[in-house]
Design a protein around this ligand. Structure first.
Ligand code: CP
Ligand code: NVA
Length: 301
């Protein structure tokens, strides 16, 4: 069973194959209306369940559109509206859904929910974000980097801000795609210990960003963080805002990424987000292409 649970759980050669397939599929669609089907229909007669226990714009729409372009059908399910949100176990939910659908994508809170879904489902499961990681996002980000600036191998990537779930998937990708990752942020918001060794730490953001090929940030308060932590986090992270002064320390052709949604003028200024180095909307588009390739890999189609 080929689940797509995390970048560090997937073989580097397979990850490379997914990125290359995504690029080929994107090129093949050049100039077509979004709703036009792909020439080949690798998900014909396939039904895909998209389960959301947290809000989503990009993940929800890009998976839904991607399945339809490939000839499949989707069912978008809110965790709260399912029996899952009223006490039915993940294990039972997984076994039931496997009788109806060919593929399950889930966005949830605890990583254990995703792991239980994968353990008990008899169809492939894709991680659409948990409190701990967001692998589909970083597949799109690697694809985006390489579209603009060539192979990511050996490049310097700097993360400024909260050591969160999106950072974790960047750390996994640093190992699998062999790039150099620096974390700059306040000690209370360091990445989880399990990621140690996958990145280096530089507390001074201006030193960290020196010579960077890619600068990345994300929201200061994630969906799973308590709103009561908002003010404290803002105070801790203010010095790590990605602004023009910080970007000026990176290489002139350095890219700026943010998975979105963003809080403009908090973690990044609009001058950077809308500036010449920003590729934030290419990242969003590439969610579509990267995830189509992930789904084909899972299904072997
Ligand atoms: N980047 C991302 O996953 O966005 P959504 O929360 O809108 O899906
Ligand atoms: N770190 C963010 C990413 C959203 C796509 C969150 O988990 O809310």
């Amino acid at each position: 069973m080929k689940h797509f649970l995390d970048i560090d759980q997937t073989d580097p050669a397979e990850l490379r194959g997914i990125i290359d397939a995504a690029a080929r599929m994107k090129t093949a669609r050049n100039g077509r209306p979004r709703g036009a089907p792909d020439d080949d229909q690798p998900l014909k007669d396939h039904m895909v369940a998209l389960i959301f226990e947290k809000p989503s714009t990009r993940t929800r729409v890009s998976f839904d559109v991607g399945v339809r372009q490939m000839g499949g059908q989707t069912m978008v399910l809110s965790g709260a509206d399912m029996q899952l949100g009223h006490g039915e176990t993940i294990a039972d939910t997984a076994r039931v859904l496997s009788r109806y659908v060919d593929l399950i994508m889930i966005r949830t809170f605890e990583e254990q929910t995703l792991l239980d879904m994968a353990e008990y489902a008899s169809v492939p499961v894709i991680n659409g974000l948990t409190n701990r990681s967001h692998p589909c996002q970083i597949m799109a980000d690697v694809m985006t980097f390489e579209e603009h600036n060539g192979p990511i191998k050996g490049k310097k990537v700097v993360w400024s801000g909260d050591g969160n779930n999106v950072f974790a998937s960047f750390a996994h990708a640093a190992k699998q795609f062999d790039f150099d990752l620096t974390f700059t942020g306040p000690p209370p918001l360091d990445p989880e210990g399990a990621l140690a060794g996958l990145y280096t730490v530089e507390r001074d953001p201006h030193k960290a960003v020196a010579g960077a090929d890619l600068v990345v940030t994300d929201t200061w308060v994630s969906m799973h963080d308590p709103q009561s932590a908002r003010e404290r986090r803002h105070n801790q992270l203010r010095g790590y805002q990605v602004n023009d002064a910080l970007m000026a320390r990176a290489k002139p052709d350095a890219l700026f990424m943010h998975c979105l949604p963003a809080h403009r003028e908090d973690e990044a200024t609009s001058s950077v987000m809308d500036g010449p180095n920003s590729v934030i909307f290419d990242e969003a588009e590439n969610r579509l292409h990267a995830q189509k390739a992930v789904m084909r890999w899972c299904l072997g189609t």
